[in-house]
Design a binder for this molecule. Structure first.
Ligand code: AMP
Ligand code: MG
Length: 400
């Protein structure tokens, strides 16, 4: 089995020449998960002026302890227009601007009120319970640098900095085509020798979670004209990625090669040193990158995780690191591995703060139910020696 391509090398080829998609401006409310193309700068300071962080009284610290005359009230959004002088206080609430003249806030719980007078038996430190202007951010500061992957927290900051719309990389457009004479869509009664197509749905869900817009191109029979016309649809439809599933056996590969040749693209066909999912195809059809995944359901799923997801991430402007792995221990003995990096479907439980990953006894790459029941893939590097229950291992969590 000479000429098998290591997984990392295959990923490098899949990403080769792929760069983040052009910028678009979208409402800040919709930018969760998107990647900024430019720095977002604060157009204002927060808080915009000195503010109270307590409900209580604003006063001069030097007046305490003492009896002070209450001369007014400052609430959030409605400041006290006057000044707090010697021997005076203003009723104040959280988020209200500190009135002129006052230099401290005493919390309500430390005061007692008697008509227009407030009695405070303790001293106060100048500045206490005051949030200074610009404590959070000041006008002109870069709150969120280009390249930030927006999340609910950064989205809040963008809004607080007063950005109604934000510049982000366009979402990748992914088209998915299933190939195979044996396939019918879910909900259709399969004829003799037919099975229900499931790969496209799993691939679509992975692609959507990775931030892509997905178009389903349905099922193409294993014939040149039919496959060709679907592939053209994808290319002409402005898709950034066309994912095909199936058509990875030798005869079908010839068909795919024919399709790509008709389209003037160059076909890469690699046998990858991994299990499940040995064959992978790639071609560039104009601006559309075709990624040909194997047909076996688990192989197609794992290849979508390992190759499609990073490609989408790259186009969306995110940094691409390999899959996130975690430390675990084996829940069962595993034999020595051959030259193909293995991805064993496993159940994971947490015991005494340790993750215990137990591989399913049957690892056939057609078994969708085992994949559905699995929590993680145990990574078994090429040529890894046999390992015992309790030995350390690395796992990749499956999407939940
Ligand atoms: P292929 O890569 O086309 O040779 O397919 C390998 C195996 O995966 C065959 O048993 C196919 O029936 C199966 N297969 C291919 N495409 C799908 C699909 N979309 N959904 C479920 N199984 C599939
Ligand atoms: Mg097939």
């Amino acid at each position: 089995m000479a000429g098998l391509l290591p997984v990392e090398e295959a990923l490098a080829r899949v990403l080769d020449g792929a760069s983040p998609l052009p910028e678009e401006w979208i409402p800040v409310a919709d930018c969760d998960g998107r990647v900024l193309t430019r720095d977002l700068v604060a157009s204002r300071s927060q808080p915009p002026e000195d503010m109270s962080s307590m409900d209580g009284y604003a006063l001069r610290a030097a007046d305490l302890p003492g009896r002070l005359t209450v001369v007014g009230e400052a609430a959030a959004g409605r400041g006290f227009p006057g000044e707090v002088g010697d021997g005076q206080a203003a009723r104040i609430f959280t988020g209200a601007p500190i009135p002129d003249g006052a230099d401290a806030v005493v919390m309500q719980e430390d005061t007692s009120r008697d008509g227009d007078t407030v009695i405070i038996d303790r001293t106060a430190r100048a500045g206490q319970f005051i949030r200074r202007r610009g404590l959070d951010f000041t006008a002109g500061v870069t709150g969120l640098p280009a390249g930030t992957v927006m999340n609910p927290r950064s989205l809040a900051l963008a809004a607080a900095m007063n950005h109604a719309s934000v510049p982000v990389h366009r979402r990748p457009r992914v088209a998915i085509l299933s190939t195979g004479d044996e396939l019918v869509e879910p909900g259709t009664a399969p004829g003799p020798n037919q099975i229900v197509s499931s790969n496209a749905l799993a691939i679509a869900a992975i692609a959507r979670r990775a931030g892509a817009d997905v178009t389903h191109l349905g099922i193409a029979p294993d014939r040149l004209e039919a496959t060709l016309s679907r592939v053209r649809d994808a290319r002409d439809g402005g898709h950034d990625i066309l994912v095909t599933s199936g058509g990875a056996s030798v005869g079908e590969y010839d068909l795919m090669r024919e399709v790509i040749r008709h389209e003037g693209g160059e076909l890469g066909f690699w046998k990858i040193a991994m299990r499940p999912g040995k064959p992978l195809m790639m071609a560039d059809l104009g601006a559309t990158r075709l990624l040909g995944l194997p047909g076996n359901p688990v192989a197609s799923f794992v290849c979508a995780m390992l190759f499609l997801e990073p490609l989408i991430a790259r186009l969306a402007g995110r940094l691409v690191n390999g899959p996130t792995t975690a430390a675990a221990v084996l829940g069962a003995d595993v034999p020595a591995n051959d030259l193909r990096a293995d991805h064993l479907r496993a159940r994971v439980i947490e015991t005494d703060g340790r993750l215990v990953a137990t591989p399913f006894p049957v690892q056939d790459s057609s078994m969708i139910r085992v994949l559905a029941e699995a929590d993680a893939l145990i990574l078994r590097p090429a040529h890894a020696p046999a390992a015992r229950q309790g030995d350390p291992c690395r796992i990749v969590r499956l999407p939940r």
